[in-house]
Design a binder for this molecule. Sequence first.
Ligand code: KG4
Ligand code: ZN
Length: 345
Amino acid sequence: MTEAIHKDQPKQSEISTPKQTGSIAPLILAIETSCDDTAVAVVRGSEVLSNVITSQDIHNLYGGVVPELASREHMKAMAPVTHAALAHADVGIGDIDAIAVTTGPGLPGSLIVGTHFARGLAFKLQKPLIAINHIEAHMYSGYLEHPGLPFPSVCLVVSGGHTSLFYVESFTTYSVLGRTKDDAAGEAFDKVAKMLGLGYPGGPHIDRLAKEGNAATYNFPRGLMHEEGYDFSFSGLKTSVRYYIQRVKDEGGIINNADIAASVQRAIVDVLVSKTLKAADAVDAPAVCIAGGVSANSELRSTMLKRCAEANRMFVAPRTDYSVDNAAMIGFLAGRRLANVQELS
Ligand code: KG4
Ligand code: ZN
């Protein structure tokens, strides 16, 4: 287990209101265990006092997340990571005003560990428990780092499990513009990396290798890129790469991994950028955000930045420890939801 410090369809989150003293935002202990990262953060408003993430290296051996192992690793990590988050924030458990936890979507066994731990803590401390949707938290992560970011925005959430495009009007109102019809973009990166014999997760390997390759070498399919609407499809790309590798092997040829990595990355980025910018134009959103693990991709970031600048739109890609699975985004959204309840009451 390595520790990185400071590192399907959304539903409305459940809310119960904690007592607030004066105008100080409540101190929230946030827990995220939806997949293979055990993450705990201490957050007050948009101030992140600690953001502890432990990644489960054990899955690297299997080339993908093994759900049963993930929940066992969460059980081992839950208490130590919580202690670390409190220690890094320099607060005691008694200082916490509310507990926030990811309730889905995610691996059921992983979610259960986090939600049970959170429920137990809330009960013991007699503090409110706030249920947060994982995808909604990714969607608002740009606002965590840039609280002044305007609404409406178009937000692309791209991870190993999700590829969805949202029209975001406020902290409580948004709609889904499109989503993947098959594989998520991160899944496409991971599967191609596996075909090339690279490690898991594959996205960072492809990103690195692509820098040494020529992206114009192969014209891999760009699923649904020229279709109406904002849905995505990456399964055709994956199949095309598999057939190409097989054919070269059958013919006794040599595969140039760097050229494949660069061409695959270009195909994925082309589709993501084209659909996102098309949506931003259609709704005339002043801001564009990307979030989720794939938003760490260097070509996706640089291309989005360039295209948004040309279109005169603000572009935000959260820093890596707020864009991968993390609990700071969970605590931040929980705080916003509480603030909204208080404004309404
Ligand atoms: O959001 P995340 O940490 O976990 C969930 O899937 O919810 O995203 C993980 C995904 C993996 O598919 C991984 O390969 C991909 O994000 N990823 C990247 C990069 N870094 C992580 N994909 C492309 N380029 C990267 N630099
Ligand atoms: Zn995620």
